[in-house]
Design a protein around this ligand. Structure first.
Ligand SMILES: Nc1ncnc2c1ncn2[C@@H]1O[C@H](COP(=O)(O)OP(=O)(O)OP(=O)(O)O)[C@@H](O)[C@H]1O
Ligand SMILES: [Mg+2]
Length: 286
């Protein structure tokens, strides 16, 4: 589930996890009604909540054992520690782990009852790119084990890399659903050609042929309407006798789709009192 802050991701997964009452409609998980069979569902799902925290003064292994003790049946803690690649930190206090390692403990805990479905609510928010990729590796291994993973994120790249199917959510509603490729094909606006550092001659020639071409920071961006467009652009540039630095062709991304469907960016920006823009961060993000 891909969506910006406040889209309704946590609300939706908490209903699926039987942690929040639904106000209308019907929700079934693994064929069971969340209103009637919550306890049965809970035995078969695993949950990594947003802003997950474990016990600071228990070690990694002790935390996993503690949560395992809540179920009739639980997996071997050492196996789970291996699965999330935390062998070296097995006897470390939870409070001494970095953010990325803490999230990996959270994934191990979400697996402790060997669930059929694992819900991960923003497992990588606030992590640096390396820690984020390490958590991705752990999530991919869940998928390889045949688990269904329901992951919420506001990182477009994360959805593209990890998902078989993506649901884009905004204002509590799904606005697009399918594989990343299907979504882009259905809602995308076609590939774009970006020509950087155009001089005046190139610029005039391109503008003459493609009057709607956008100009951003010295780059010209032209939507490729047909297969012939790219050779035409190259021919036009060549004939102009001018200079440019490079030509790049990009496919539309989920971010572009989100922008075209909602008119806003996924990672919304907010302006601080100083007037400096910063990325909007979630509460609890480190
Ligand atoms: N379908 C819905 N209809 C009406 N209100 C909703 C719906 N889904 C969520 N909300 C409300 O929107 C607010 C934000 O929802 P929620 O915390 O689920 O968003 P989120 O996508 O998880 O955001 P974040 O990325 O910040 O974690 C909450 O007040 C919630 O009650
Ligand atoms: Mg949330």
């Amino acid at each position: 589930m891909l969506g910006p802050n406040g889209a309704g991701k946590t609300t939706t997964v908490e209903i699926l996890e039987c942690l929040r009452q639904l106000t209308s409609g019907e929700v079934r998980v693994l064929g069971m009604d969340v209103n009637k069979e919550a306890n049965k569902i809970k035995r078969r799902i695993g949950v990594l909540p947003q802003d997950f925290n474990a016990f600071d003064l228990l070690t990694v292994k002790e935390n996993i054992e503690f949560f395992g003790g809540m179920y009739d049946r639980s997996l071997d803690p050492d196996e789970l520690i291996d699965a999330v690649d935390l062998r070296e930190k097995r006897d470390e206090y939870f409070k001494n782990l970095s953010g990325g390692l803490k999230q990996r403990v959270g994934v191990a805990i979400s697996m402790v009852n060997d669930p059929d479905i694992v819900f991960l609510d923003e497992p990588t928010t606030g992590l640096d790119p390396k820690a984020r990729r390490d958590v991705w590796g752990v999530i991919q291994s869940l998928r390889e084990k045949g688990k269904t993973v329901i992951l919420t994120t506001h990182y477009m790249e994360e959805a593209e890399v990890l998902s078989d199917r993506v649901g884009i959510i905004d204002h509590g509603r799904f606005i697009a659903f399918g594989t990343p490729r299907e979504i882009v094909e259905k809602h995308g606006t076609g590939s774009r050609c970006i020509i950087s550092n155009c001089d005046e001659r190139c610029l005039t020639a391109l503008r003459g042929q493609w009057p709607s071409a956008e100009k951003n920071n010295g780059e010209i961006v032209i939507r490729l309407e047909s297969k012939n467009s790219l050779p035409e652009i190259i021919y036009t540039l060549d004939r102009s006798g001018g200079n440019y630095e490079q030509i790049q062709v990009t496919r539309p991304t989920l971010e572009d789709v989100f922008l075209s469907l909602t008119g806003k960016k996924l990672m919304s920006e907010e302006v601080e009192p100083t007037g400096k823009k910063r990325k909007k961060r979630k509460k609890g993000a480190k």
